[in-house]
Design a protein around this ligand. Structure first.
Ligand SMILES: CC(C)(COP(=O)(O)OP(=O)(O)OC[C@H]1O[C@@H](n2cnc3c(N)ncnc32)[C@H](O)[C@@H]1OP(=O)(O)O)[C@@H](O)C(=O)NCCC(=O)NCCS
Length: 182
């Protein structure tokens, strides 16, 4: 199944399909506010948006959008005197319920990591499933001295270094784009 899926950059014509996909993916997620599609709309209009880091997974034969991942700009605040560190926030990640557990989420994450690395970013933060993201290298943000501007269970607030040592000597609180409405 995995070889029939192609990951590419989202195009303007994908927006409606991506919205439907996100709604379907989160429909039965207990902790969701079911507003992830609106978050994506706001992020697309924000300065945090990097078009190359909004990716879709499509069925290569029919071009139907089955998955989507978005990485946007965030910052790590390191006290009042230091410059914030630029990093990325992963949110949201969506795979259509009928196509989950076939490696699509993994393909999207790996492709997004590769692109982000090529664009020069050193780290990505995520708030998400504690049993899913560690397989892609994510570790508890707490272990790096990184905190979030809201309550999050230690195991769900995670970070991955795209370049070894990228977070060495960095710690602080994550600042999300205002589009997150925090
Ligand atoms: C979470 C999600 C993106 C995973 O995508 P996917 O394409 O189904 O996952 P993959 O096929 O790449 O990976 C499957 C593996 O991940 C595990 N996995 C899938 N969803 C998981 C979850 N919610 N929590 C923990 N592990 C999960 C599977 O058990 C499987 O493990 P295995 O390889 O050891 O058998 C997808 O289920 C989804 O869209 N869920 C609804 C929206 C959501 O929760 N998004 C993430 C918000 S943090």
């Amino acid at each position: 199944m995995t070889e029939q899926i192609m990951v590419r950059t989202e195009e303007p014509g994908d927006c409606a399909s991506v919205e439907s996909l996100i709604k379907a993916a989160f429909a039965d997620v207990r902790l969701s506010d079911h507003q992830e599609h609106n978050l994506v709309k706001r992020l697309r209009l924000s300065t945090a948006f990097i078009p190359e880091l909004s990716l879709v997974a499509v069925a290569s034969d029919q071009g139907i959008v089955l998955g989507h991942i978005l990485l946007t700009r965030a910052q790590l605040l390191r006290g009042e005197t230091s410059q914030p560190l630029a990093l990325l926030a992963l949110a949201p990640l969506s795979v259509h319920p009928d196509f989950q557990l076939r490696g699509i989420g993994s393909q999207l994450i790996n492709a997004a990591h590769e692109k982000a690395r090529r664009l020069g970013f050193g780290a990505i933060i995520v708030v998400g499933h504690a049993d899913y993201y560690p397989r892609f290298g994510y570790r508890q943000a707490k272990d790096y001295g990184i905190s979030f501007p809201f309550h999050v269970a230690d195991e769900c607030g995670m970070v991955v270094e795209l370049k070894p040592g990228a977070l060495c000597n960095y710690s602080g609180c994550v600042r999300y784009d205002p589009a997150f409405g925090l």
